[in-house]
Design a binder for this molecule. Structure first.
Ligand SMILES: Cc1cc2nc3c(=O)[nH]c(=O)nc-3n(C[C@H](O)[C@H](O)[C@H](O)COP(=O)(O)O)c2cc1C
Ligand code: SF4
Ligand code: FES
Length: 596
């Protein structure tokens, strides 16, 4: 036997929490990997019978997830090289580590002490560049010098600490209701109750579920996970209650590059999310909620687990959940490094212990969701608006934002600004105010060139468009979308071909490969952009990129392909002159640009 009795016990306890054993498979792989410092065919064979699976089925699931496929080493140093980190010097960090370790990223030292890996956005873009060693807390604002210190010994790397100061806030003129006031790291149960927590739950529980759905629909709350669908409307898709269990699946995967807002709620205000979950569970008559947290968010996972344990202890959750007077369970699951597991049906697959490949729809989750039961999927931030809506009413909520985009939102701002962070502001706030008023503008001597307004899937805007109001309608009219509200700012020295290239590299890496157009289109887009950036582009390459976008957009199982197409197409059309210059001059004309 490879696993200790303790670990086996932990795995069995996890299995008992799910309707089907497979629900605990990812957790089991995490726990086993931590004990054995790696995964192996022998381990898969040992785990398989616990889940009623064949060895190859366990191996197949493990093969899908980045965190289970890193070179084995005592200290695995993972450097984020997505756009906001590259804008802040991530490449120099990778170079310093490669030089010190004598290896290229993607490999391990011969003695097995270190591995060096480039990873996609870690969801901490305001403190870029970000590094994570094994599954430890993030190292933030990392310099090449600090990174070099990690290579002294695996123990030094594992013991290193470099947390950023709290970087989420609401300005004095905004009555924030999502973030806790001040710079408290996290609001504990006692403080949450003292500040008015749980009053909304009591009020919601006194309402009929149908009336609660109506209230949320009237408030105009739209999903904050990226698509902006009207939440109350989505809830009405749940079938009438029958004998089957019903679930709320909470999307805490947060992997869209430039997006790091849900983490602020989970780490700083976890009971707000729990109260929101309980209100939603009452509205849709859910028997249990499952929160799917991305694997890299170790602090959010730990804090949420603690908060949920505290809530059980206090009788808020469990057999006679407070106010609801019936059983309600909330569970947390961990992902394992796959952006596609944020797509709702990919997430459901992953929650069931499978590869996170999106499902064809119909059936939609409300008809056949988690373990084939009626399920509603809501984003962390979306649910966290519910206590304020129930307390203050639908009309109040509508006055908090723009006409068809009600309420506040958490804008995550990263890239070339003096004060990056997550800021709670009303929807409809001008983009220029976010950048210049709230984030201090660009570093001295630099001018604004481009802005990605809502995570890298959303079409880039030019500096001249920065006066746009940040709400669904205004952004659509400007040719882009609000997405996750993750704003990435690029200054005048930035090369737009490089920016497009980093984004394309991300999509090529994260495509789950089911649809030919997406698998091939993301790969070809990346290949062509690399060629152009390296000075080997041909004039016909620009049409080839446009063709890839055409074949990906709207023709695949899920919207990852759409996002890949929108992003590449927007860089090309908004900054076509720069692409043409690369081809004509046979080199990148921006020597001072960030490196990729
Ligand atoms: C490729 C892809 C990745 C996504 N990632 C996330 C994510 O990390 N978190 C999230 O809440 N929604 C994500 N979504 C959107 C979800 O599919 C879904 O719309 C959302 O979770 C619904 O919750 P909401 O209505 O509260 O926004 C993603 C969608 C796609 C296509
Ligand atoms: S569009 Fe891409 S990510 Fe989505 S299912 Fe198809 S191949 Fe997978
Ligand atoms: S944390 Fe590196 S890009 Fe987001």
């Amino acid at each position: 036997m490879l696993l200790s009795d303790d670990t086996l016990e932990k795995i069995r306890a996890e299995i008992s929490r799910y309707p089907q054993p497979r629900g605990a498979l990812l957790t089991a792989l995490h726990v086993a990997r931590e004990e054995l410092r790696g995964l192996s065919p022998e381990l898969f064979a040992e785990l398989a019978p616990l889940f009623g699976l064949k060895t190859r089925e366990v191996a197949e699931v493990a093969s899908f997830y980045s965190l289970f496929n890193q070179p084995p080493a005592r200290a695995i140093i993972q450097v984020c090289t997505n756009l906001p980190c590259c804008l802040n010097g991530a490449r120099a960090v990778v170079r310093a580590l490669e030089a010190r370790l004598g290896i290229r990223a993607g490999s391990a030292t011969a003695d097995g002490r270190f591995a060096l890996v480039e990873v996609e956005c870690l969801g901490s873009c305001a403190s870029a560049p970000v590094v994570q060693v094994n599954q430890q807390a993030y190292l933030e604002n990392v310099t090449p010098e600090f990174a070099a210190g990690l290579t002294v010994s695996p123990e030094a790397a594992l013991g290193a600490r470099q947390p950023a100061a709290v970087n989420s806030w609401f300005p004095p003129e905004v009555a924030g209701y999502l973030l806790p006031p001040g710079d408290a790291r996290w609001l504990e149960l006692g403080s949450y109750g003292a500040q008015g927590g749980w009053q909304a739950l009591a009020r919601a529980a006194a309402m009929a579920p149908g009336d609660l759905c109506k209230l949320v629909q009237e408030s105009g709350l739209r999903g904050r996970g990226g698509a902006g669908f009207v939440t109350g409307m989505k809830w009405t898709f749940m079938p009438p209650k029958d004998g089957r269990p019903r679930y709320l699946a909470v999307n805490a995967d947060e992997s869209e590059p430039g997006t790091f807002k849900d983490r602020q709620i989970m780490e700083r205000n976890p009971f707000l999310l729990i109260e929101g979950i309980m209100i939603a569970a009452h509205a849709i008559l859910a028997d249990a909620a499952f929160i799917y947290v991305r694997g890299e968010y170790v602090d959010a996972y730990r804090i949420l687990r603690q908060a949920i344990a505290d809530a059980y202890q206090a009788g808020i959750l469990g057999e006679q959940a407070r106010a609801l007077g019936r059983r309600l369970d909330v569970h947390v699951q961990r992902g394992a490094g796959a952006y596609i597991c944020g797509e709702e049906s990919g997430m459901l697959e992953s929650m069931e212990g499978r590869k996170g490949q999106p499902r064809k729809r119909p059936p939609f989750p409300a008809q056949r969701g988690l373990w084939d039961q009626p399920t509603t999927v809501d984003n962390v931030e979306t649910l966290s608006h519910l206590p304020a809506i129930v307390q203050n009413g639908a009309q109040w909520f509508k006055t908090q934002g723009a006409e068809k985009s009600s309420g506040h939102t958490l804008f995550g701002v990263s890239g070339h600004v003096k004060r990056p962070g997550v800021i709670e502001l009303p929807l409809g706030t001008r983009l220029s105010d976010i950048i210049f008023k709230h984030c201090g503008g660009l570093p001295e001597g630099r001018r604004l060139k481009a802005i990605v307004p809502g995570g890298v899937s959303m079409p880039v805007l030019k500096a001249e468009q920065a006066d746009v109001a940040m709400d669904h309608e205004s952004l659509r009219a400007a040719g882009t979308l609000l997405g996750t509200g993750g704003v990435i700012v690029l200054d005048d020295r930035s090369c737009m071909v490089r920016a497009a290239l980093v984004v394309a590299r991300f999509f090529a890496h994260e495509s789950c490969g089911q649809c030919t157009q997406c698998r091939e289109g993301t790969g070809w887009t990346l290949k062509i952009l690399r060629r152009i950036e390296n000075g080997q582009g041909k004039p016909e390459d620009l049409d080839a990129i446009a063709d890839c976008c055409f074949f990906m957009d709207g023709k695949c199982i899920c919207a990852l392909a759409d996002g890949a197409a929108w992003a590449a197409r927007a860089f090309l059309t908004q900054f076509r002159g720069e692409f043409e210059r690369h081809i004509k001059e046979g080199r990148c004309p921006f020597p001072e640009s960030f490196e990729v």
